[in-house]
Each structure stands twice: as structure tokens, then as C-alpha cells.
Design a protein around this ligand. Structure first.
Ligand code: MOS
Length: 673
């Protein structure tokens, strides 16, 4: 299907959070900490208040009352302690955006600075073992004897891979518009990935009844995880609006986004692998080192995918975390799986060379019968079929494994492969389907379309269930006033919302007027199985022997992700994920400022994302996979698997081209030469 909102988006008629016309609106501009650690001694808003149009200055000098549930990055101005450079320490409200911005620069903040520590290392004295890693997995797991497995291996690798801080850069910067009504009800137009969860987070933070808060996110210009949790600007808009008694709008700048909307933790990952003469793993150990802030423990599940990938008699995975004077990391497309599989799939390539085995074959011989970490049966697993189909389409059989020997002029040529995986989960969701007066069907669900095509795919799911043309279905989403739905995240939007939409439509068919669904019991009754999507990615690269520049003329992915509900929408998701993986491989990086704290890369001039010219031929295919253990659609999520493995496939191709292994992302020219 074509996207239902395509026309309003490309004609500029789609309304985003900052664009709602509201009577009497005012503007808020934040003041950010200049120090990375210490205390705010005094905030002098006097000079700002004398400037034209200024209505209020908010800060920790006069903490606005918040609810008992206010915590972490959302507990604005409650403490004088500074947790990181760039943290919001004050804010100005004025009649125009320009006046607010000018006045924010006039707010004088005095600090008591302290020595800061913003550098992650694998021998940091502050490293500790968190209780669990996201979203609740055991921190360390293992079975068998890794040392014995390595000792008897015919080939081993012991390598450390590092990945940098990465930032989500959705096209629509984060924005919120808060409007209080006379009864104390709060309406927030928010650029968010979830309105039900956003309503609850805002209510908890402000100490309000969730019934008096409404969050609207009808159109969202991308999120990738950075809008998956309520960000500080939404709470700040509400506080500011309460302070001045008028609606308040906040549109973060791109530079402010780098500070307060989360980022992908940097990682240091040590992989120790052993294989026998036939390439069968004798041991697999994956240890990940990551960071969080002093405010909140955010422990990314980096080594968790290693528990699902390959059969081995000895498996050990572990995570260690250190709390630094940095902003709290957050979700970024395939948090955990993406950096974890980069390191694992790169190390598997090294093992293939060490063992003298084709890297596709190495993955095939180690395909497990049950999930290695848990022993659970897979609901379906077609990684081997993806590898074979990808190899066939890519022309892998003609490949000479010898690294560093193909050259056309200045260009060294190589190819690489990596596996992809992502969990296939679903969450409880509600939906209502009803017959309208004109005979068409209204479907209501508080899902969010962050650019994935959720509105369109849910319309199709409803139409298919009812046996009516999609034009007769009118889907309403993006509003917490609609039936409660989980966040657009974890690649479980379609599975969760779709399940409720199917059940509501089935009920409508029985009832004739209205169908209401709540899938809580259905989801609870799901059998205990290992549910994952899988894929195989192949990359061809050309590396300039003169400049070290890497070009990617061809990226090819084959995925097994259950039933693909809509081919056009799915293809966009896979291509988007793979292109984002290309950015991760070659250009994306945020450098931490060790001297002053905060980040050195803070806009799109410095933080490079792929442009169309960087993405050469990107091809996405899928197998028609039947899996009856998922949801009524038989679908697995596809939002995140596309980015998983891409960077490893490209890195492995760069090795094949140059004979030189770079174990630190991104693969910039200086590291290649
Ligand atoms: Mo996605 S990182 O689960 O929003």
C-alpha cells in the first residue's frame, strides 16, 4: 500500500508537535549546564527578566513542584547537582522564540565545579555488574567451560571491538507544546513514540492523575528510540505553561538534541571464540563494557544476541557498566543487538579466516537446534535459508577468500557477510472497531506512526480482517485518548497493535456495531518459545588505496521475519535499517569532550549520516516464513533487524578488500590507511 498520510506529508499539511496553532502560545528556551559535574550555586534570572517579552525564568533556585514519581532526566530543576554538561539547569519563557532564546543567554548561572570523569575504559575502577540488562535480561550467563573449549580449539580469536557514542537524528527535532485547561487538565502535543506511555510518564512526573493528561503525537518525523521515552522538553513545556498560565511551545535545536534526547552507549567488547577443524564452535565468550549516567542506570543488552546465535558447548556472556558524568544513554535502533552483533559478526569473520572456512559456511555449521542461551525451541528460525538465498543473489560462490588482492586502479575491492537477528515480541494492547453511519469502519488504537507506515499497515490489517477495501477503514492513532497501546519500539508495534486491531475487527464482525479488544490475556498465554527474526547481509566495498575512503556500491539483505504484511512498507523498513547501518559502519560518531564534558559533535555538519549518494545499491529481500506462534498476522517486527549486522558485513568486506582489520567504528579513512 501507499502511505495513507503520504500526500499530507509531502504537501506540508501534516501537523507535527510544534506546529499546532494554539491561541496565546508562548515559547520556552532552555539554559544548559556549562560544567560536567558540580553544583549550581546561584541562578540569577534578573537580567533575563528585564529583556523584552520575557514572562518567567525557571530554575533550581525556585524548584517547581513535581510529583513523587519524578526521577532521572525528567526531575527538572529539583536538585542543584549537575550530572553532565548540557543538562537543563534553567529555562526562559517569552512571547516569541527569539526573545526566549536571547533571554536564555542572559541568565547567569554560578557553579561550584567538581572534577569530572567522562571516559569509558575496560579497566575503569568504577565498573560494576548491574542487576539486569535491558529490558530485564540476566547480566551474565554461561554454560560449559570456555577455557577448556578454547584450549582444545583448532582455531581461536581473542579480539576487542569498540563502538562510539551514536546519536539518533530524526528529521523532526524533538518538540512539545503544552496546554493546561481551566480544570487542571494537561494536553501535550509531543514528538513521541508512545502516547499512552507518554501520558503515564508525564502524569507520574507532575504528580497528576493520568486521566487528566492527554498526549497527542499524530505525525512524528522519526524517532529510532530517541522519542521512545518522554524527554525533558515535554515536562519542561508543562512546567513552563503552568508558570505563565499560557500554552508553551518548545522546539529543541539539533544541538540541544545531542545533549538531552539520549544516545547509544559507546561499547568496548571482548570476544573470545574457538572452533574445531570443521569450524564448529568449541567456545564463545562475549564481554561488553558500557556506560550510564549518575542519574539512571541504563544497562544496554549488548551481549544478549550472542545467547541466541550459534551452537557451542561453552558460552559465556557478561556486561559491565560504569556510571560517568555523562547524559543517560537511551534507545537507538536495535539497542544492544546492533553494537553486539557488530562485534560478534566481525569476530566470526576473523574466526572464519583463522579456521580457513568460508564465513557463510561457518555460520551454517554452527546453526543451533534450540536457543543456545536458554535451550528453548525457536518458534521459527531460517537464518541458514537467509544465508543461502543471500549468497545466491549476491554471487558469493565466485568469491576468492584471499584478502587484499582485487584492485581496479586506486580501488581495492572486497565483499563481506554478517548475520542479523532481532527478537519478535509483542505487548498487550487495546483497540476499538466500530461501524460508522456511512457504513465505513472506524478503528481506534493509541498506536504511533513515527514514519514506519504504522497507520497504513494497521489499516490494511483491519481491512483484511473485515474483508473490506482499505478505503473503507478509517484508522485513528497518535492520541492517548484512544485505547491504550504500547510504544512504537522494540520492533513490536505491528505485532502488538495489529493483534488488538484483528481482535477488535473480529468482534465487530460478530457484533455488527462495535468490537472492543484487549489482548492482555492473549499475550500472557503465549507459549514460552525463543522468538526472533533472522537475516543475512552481504556487502561489496571499494576502498581507495590513496585516500582510505570506503564506498559501498552494493548492500544486500535477505530476512526471515514471519509473514510480511505489506511489501512496500516492509521494504522501506529494511532499506532504512541497512542504510542506517551503513552510516554506523562508515561515518556516524559522537566524540566525547574529555576536557569539558559533553559532546564535541553536536550537529549534522559534524555528525555525518548517509546521504543518497552514500547508499549505492541497497537491496532487501525476504523469505515467506510461516510461524503460527507469533500473533494473528504471523508477523515478526522489522523496524530494527535491518540495522543489525550491516556494519559487520561492511567491516568484513573492508578487511577482504584491504587485508587490514579495523576493530573500531566508524571506518574512517585515517583508520583504513
Ligand atoms: Mo526502537 S530503539 O526500540 O525505538
Amino acid at each position: 500500500m501507499n502511505r495513507i498520510e503520504g500526500r499530507v506529508k509531502v504537501t506540508g499539511l501534516a501537523t507535527y508537535a510544534a506546529e499546532y496553532p494554539v491561541e496565546g502560545v508562548t515559547y520556552c528556551y532552555p539554559v544548559q549546564s556549562h560544567i560536567a559535574k558540580g553544583r549550581v550555586k546561584r541562578v540569577d534570572g534578573g537580567p533575563a527578566l528585564e529583556l523584552p517579552g520575557v514572562l518567567a525564568v525557571l530554575s533550581c533556585d525556585d524548584p517547581p513542584p513535581l510529583g513523587e514519581g519524578a526521577e532521572g532526566e525528567l526531575a527538572l530543576f529539583q536538585s542543584r547537582d549537575v550530572a553532565y554538561r548540557g543538562q537543563l539547569v534553567a529555562a526562559v519563557v517569552a512571547d516569541t522564540y527569539e526573545n526566549a532564546r536571547a533571554a536564555a543567554a542572559a541568565v547567569r548561572v554560578e557553579y561550584d565545579p567538581d572534577d569530572h570523569d567522562v571516559r569509558l575504559s575496560a579497566d575503569h575502577p568504577g565498573l560494576y555488574k548491574p542487576e539486569v540488562v535491558n529490558p530485564g535480561f540476566p547480566t551474565d550467563t554461561g554454560h560449559g567451560d570456555v577455557e577448556a573449549g578454547l584450549a582444545r580449539a583448532a582455531a581461536t580469536v581473542d579480539v576487542t571491538y569498540t563502538t562510539p557514542v551514536l546519536h539518533n537524528n530524526p528529521m523532526e527535532p524533538h518538540a512539545s507544546l503544552a496546554v493546561w485547561d481551566e480544570e487542571g487538565g494537561l494536553l501535550v502535543y509531543d514528538g513521541s513514540q508512545g502516547t499512552s506511555s507518554g501520558r503515564d510518564a508525564i502524569a507520574r512526573t507532575l504528580g497528576l492523575d493520568p486521566g487528566s493528561v492527554r498526549v497527542v503525537s499524530r505525525h512524528v518525523g522519526g524517532g529510532f528510540g530517541s522519542k521512545g521515552t518522554t524527554r525533558p522538553q515535554a515536562v519542561l513545556a508543562a512546567l513552563a505553561a503552568r508558570a505563565v498560565g499560557r500554552p508553551v511551545k518548545i522546539a529543541l535545536t539539533r544541538q540541544q538534541m545531542f545533549d538531552v534526547t539520549g544516545y547509544r552507549t559507546p561499547t568496548i567488547q571482548r570476544l573470545r571464540l574457538g572452533a574445531d577443524a570443521a569450524g564448529r564452535l568449541t567456545a564463545l565468550e562475549h564481554v561488553a563494557y558500557e556506560q550510564s549516567s549518575t542519574l539512571v542506570e541504563f544497562a544496554e543488552q549488548t551481549a544478549v544476541p550472542a545467547r541466541a546465535m550459534y551452537a557451542t558447548p561453552a558460552l559465556r556472556t557478561a556486561h559491565r557498566l560504569v556510571r560517568l558524568n555523562v547524559a543517560t544513554p537511551s534507545w537507538m535502533r536495535a539497542p544492544g543487538e546492533c553494537p553486539g552483533m557488530y562485534a560478534l559478526e566481525s569476530a566470526m569473520d576473523e574466526l572464519a579466516y583463522a579456521a580457513g572456512i568460508d564465513p557463510v559456511e561457518l555460520r551454517i555449521v554452527n546453526d543451533p537446534g534450540t536457543e543456545p542461551g536458554t535451550g528453548l525451541p525457536f518458534s521459527s528460525r531460517h537464518l541458514v535459508a537467509c544465508l543461502r538465498e543471500g549468497a545466491r543473489r549476491f554471487g558469493w560462490d565466485e568469491r576468492d577468500p584471499e584478502p587484499g588482492v582485487r584492485r581496479e586502479g586506486e580501488w581495492l575491492i572486497g565483499s563481506g557477510v554478517a548475520s542479523s537477528t532481532y527478537p519478535a515480541r509483542r505487548s498487550p494492547c487495546k483497540a476499538v472497531a466500530s461501524l460508522r453511519g456511512d457504513g465505513d469502519v472506524r478503528v481506534e488504537v493509541a498506536a504511533t506512526d513515527i514514519g514506519t507506515g504504522a497507520r497504513t499497515v494497521l489499516t490494511r490489517i483491519a481491512a483484511d480482517t473485515l474483508g473490506v477495501p482499505p478505503e473503507r477503514v478509517h484508522l485513528e492513532l497518535g492520541d492517548s485518548a484512544l485505547p491504550d497501546a504500547p510504544v512504537a519500539g522494540g520492533s513490536m508495534g505491528t505485532a502488538s497493535w495489529g493483534s488488538a486491531v484483528v481482535r477488535a475487527c473480529e468482534e465487530l464482525r460478530r457484533d455488527g456495531r462495535t468490537g472492543r479488544a484487549d489482548t492482555t490475556e492473549e499475550v500472557k498465554a503465549d507459549a514460552k518459545l525463543a522468538r526472533h527474526a533472522f537475516g543475512a547481509q552481504f556487502a561489496e566495498v571499494r576502498v581507495s588505496a590513496v585516500t582510505g575512503e570506503v564506498r559501498v556500491p552494493r548492500l544486500l539483505g535477505v530476512f526471515a521475519a514471519g509473514h510480511i504484511v505489506d511489501a512496500k512498507l516492509a521494504r522501506s523498513q529494511f532499506l532504512g535499517g541497512m542504510t542506517m547501518g551503513l552510516g554506523m559502519a562508515l561515518m556516524e560518531e559522537t566524540v566525547t569532550d574529555e576536557e569539558f564534558g559533553g559532546f564535541l559533535h553536536r550537529d549534522l555538519a559534524q555528525y555525518h549520516v548517509p546521504a543518497c549518494a552514500d547508499a549505492g545499491g541497497v537491496e532487501a529481500y525476504w523469505l515467506e516464513e510461516r510461524d503460527g506462534e507469533l500473533n494473528p498476522m504471523g508477523s515478526k517486527g522489522i523496524g530494527e533487524i535491518g540495522i543489525v549486522g550491516t556494519a559487520a558485513a561492511i567491516g568484513n568486506a573492508v578487511y577482504h578488500a584491504t587485508g587490514h582489520r579495523v576493530r573500531d567504528l566508524p571506518l574512517t579513512p585515517a583508520k583504513i590507511l
